[in-house]
Design a protein around this ligand. Structure first.
Ligand code: SF4
Ligand code: SF4
Length: 62
């Protein structure tokens, strides 16, 4: 399954990715974005495209 990885040192806590994700995968935890429903991630790439900090990458996991 794919899942988004947030670089917490780059994340500004803006919340754009939280609002942009159509699957509700992301939420702000202690002012940084975290995947809270990562099983729902469809690897659509929207969060990576929308993040102004380039803080999101995606990895594929079995
Ligand atoms: S869009 Fe980027 S900078 Fe903003 S909360 Fe999400 S990961 Fe952090
Ligand atoms: S890749 Fe798509 S479904 Fe997965 S966390 Fe990002 S916006 Fe949500």
């Amino acid at each position: 399954m794919p899942r988004p990885i947030i670089d917490v040192d780059e994340c500004s806590g803006c919340g754009i990715c939280v609002d942009a994700c159509p699957e509700g995968v992301l939420d702000l935890v202690n002012d940084v974005a975290q995947p809270v429903n990562e099983d729902d991630c469809t690897a659509c790439g929207t969060c990576m495209e929308e993040c102004p900090m380039g803080a999101i990458t995606e990895i594929e996991e079995d």
